[in-house]
Design a protein around this ligand. Structure first.
Ligand code: FE
Ligand code: FE
Ligand code: ZN
Length: 279
C-alpha cells in the first residue's frame, strides 16, 4: 500500500490539518512551512503541534511532507536572495524539529543565469550550512520540470547535489510525476525503465515521497502545469500503474492537483479503491 493525501492549508493550524486529512480519507499530507510566495513564518503553537502528533500516532499516518516556500532560492545570482533563502532554510529546519521525523521538501533552485554547475555548488553549500548531525528531519530535493533555469531536471543533477553534501544520510528525493514527465522521463510507456534509471543514478533507497500529479503538457515540454488525475497527458492508466508499482509501496503520495476539497476527496477515494483492488 501507499500513503495518500494532498497539500493542505496550514491556516487553521496543525491539528486541523490532521483532522482534515482524516475527513478526506487520506493518511499523509503536505503544507507550506510559510507563505509559498515568501514572507515570515508564523510561530508554531506547541500545544497545537502536540495534538497533531497524537493524531499521527493514533491514526497510522505515513510520513508528512512539508514544502518550503517557492521563493527560497539557494542558487539565485542575487546574493541577498541567496542569504534570505539560507535564513529561511535554517529557520524552517529548526521549526521542523517540533514535528520530528518528517520530510521537508524543497525545489533545489533556479540558477538565474549563473549556470547549472554554480547552481549545484551553491545549493550544496546552503545545505551544508543548514544541516546538523542530530537533525531529525529528512530533506527531500524535488525533481523539477526544468522550466526557466531550474536546477534538478535530471536525476544526474540531483545526484551531484547529494554528492556534494556532507551529511548525505539527511537527504532524499521527492519525485514529482508531473515534473519528471515534463522533464522528459516517459513514465507512461517506460515506467520500469525510468525507475531503473533513478535507481542506477540516485538509488531507490533515497526515494522518499511522490508528488502525484497528472500534467497538462506532453512529455519533455519542460512546462510544469499540474492536472487532475486522469485528465492530463499522463492519463489514468499510467497514474494507476505508478500508484501500484512495487518499488513505490510504503511511500507517501501527495496530490498537488488543481482541485477543491471535494476534488481531493474524490482523488483520495479513487487511489484507495485501486489499493483495495490490488490487495
Ligand atoms: Fe514542489
Ligand atoms: Fe511538486
Ligand atoms: Zn509543479
Amino acid at each position: 500500500m501507499i500513503y495518500i493525501g494532498c497539500h493542505l492549508s496550514v491556516t487553521n493550524g496543525y491539528e486541523a490539518m490532521g483532522r482534515q486529512m482524516m475527513d478526506f480519507g487520506g493518511n499523509t499530507f503536505a503544507w507550506f512551512t510559510r507563505n509559498p510566495r515568501g514572507g515570515k513564518a508564523k510561530d508554531l503553537d506547541p500545544a497545537d503541534v502536540e495534538k497533531l502528533r497524537a493524531i499521527l500516532e493514533k491514526e497510522t499516518f505515513g510520513t508528512l511532507v512539508a514544502h518550503a516556500s517557492y521563493t527560497m532560492n539557494l542558487c539565485s545570482a542575487k546574493p541577498e536572495t541567496r542569504a534570505n533563502a539560507l535564513d529561511m532554510l535554517k529557520q524552517d529546519l529548526q521549526r521542523m524539529e517540533q514535528i520530528p521525523n518528517q520530510y521537508y521538501n524543497f525545489h533545489p533552485g533556479s540558477h538565474t543565469g549563473q549556470g547549472t554547475e554554480i547552481g549545484i555548488q551553491q545549493i550544496a553549500d546552503g545545505l551544508n550550512q543548514s544541516i546538523w548531525p542530530e537533525m531529525k528531519t529528512t530533506i527531500l530535493l524535488e525533481t523539477m520540470a526544468g522550466k526557466g533555469s531550474e536546477v534538478g531536471k535530471t536525476f544526474e543533477k540531483l545526484r551531484e547535489i547529494i554528492d556534494r553534501t556532507t551529511l548525505q544520510e539527511k537527504l532524499g528525493v521527492c519525485l514529482d510525476t508531473c515534473h519528471i514527465w515534463d522533464g522528459g522521463y516517459d513514465i507512461v510507456n517506460d515506467l520500469d525503465g525510468v525507475l531503473t534509471q533513478f535507481d542506477n543514478i540516485i538509488g531507490l533507497h533515497r526515494l522518499k515521497a511522490i508528488h502525484f500529479n497528472d500534467s497538462k503538457n506532453e512529455c519533455g515540454a519542460a512546462k510544469d502545469r499540474h492536472e487532475k488525475l486522469g485528465q492530463g497527458c499522463i492519463g489514468m492508466e499510467a497514474m494507476k500503474r505508478i500508484a501500484l508499482h512495487p518499488a513505490l509501496q510504503n511511500l507517501p503520495f501527495i496530490l498537488e492537483t488543481p482541485n477543491d476539497d471535494a476534488g481531493y476527496k474524490a482523488e483520495i477515494a479513487l487511489v484507495n479503491r485501486w489499493m483495495n483492488e490490488y490487495k
